[in-house]
Design a protein around this ligand. Sequence first.
Ligand code: ADP
Ligand code: MG
Length: 284
Amino acid sequence: MRTALAMKTSDSAAISREGRVPAVSRSPSYIAVEAVSKAYGSRHGAVKALENIDLQVREGEFLSILGPSGCGKSTLLKCIGGLERITAGSLRVRGEALSGPPTKTGMVFQRDVLLDWRTILDNVLITAEFLGLRREDLKPRALQLLTRFGLSGYENRHPWELSGGMRQRASICRALLCDPELLLMDEPFGALDAMTRDDLNLELARIWQDTGKTVVFVTHGISEAIFLSDRVVMMDRNPGRIVEVLEIDLPRPRSLAMRETPEFGRYVAHVRHLFAGLGILKEG
Ligand code: ADP
Ligand code: MG
């Protein structure tokens, strides 16, 4: 079926991004996840969240992790972000085993974690404080990012004065402040309305295209994953495991209108069919 759809599920194909050296030639595995398992201890015994995960993320690629609620997407992302320890296997970022959050990494979570008592600008500048950098040096960049994300004029407001979409934009600005190489995003647009989500999908795609960052993006939105990604990792639950890695061979830059094309539709159908086979979605 995959061949008929001209889909690739290999790990080795180069990323085609206009005007860029294929990332794969620089570093084939920017993130190397090998035989990783993760169990949580709980009052009811161990919960196996991930089992035997193998995944190589290439430098500069946009990779989505797609799967139903509870399949371990957040756990996998937290392990990559050094926020959870793995129970077995090995996990390296830029060739180094993790002993905490990797450097040059920005994170965005589903619920924005803005501090209510700080202004939007001060929330964005927190990243500088964490890294021991001077706020004043990063203020121009913070303001530039806020403008790019449509928050110009809101720098001195507080989070509770902003809509959910605006708060999430501010969270993204915060993650981008120190120009991280790696961006880890856990359902960042999951709580937003469809139109705001479309807007932010486009903005994120532009930023990725312009900056060459490596992005690992967790979602349960099929269309969102296909639209944004070079590859989509599909997971099943109980315990969380990878069932397929799908190469998205659609040209870039991508427009929202592309979601109406037959090629895009075939990717959606393929993913739906796979999840239907696992009993996660109904076919039809
Ligand atoms: P997803 O992000 O795909 O919804 P999670 O990674 O949050 O999935 O969770 C995967 C599994 O691990 C679920 O069964 C969840 O209940 C369990 N889990 C997640 N975090 C914890 C925790 N801190 N303690 C115990 N169990 C957890
Ligand atoms: Mg989650």
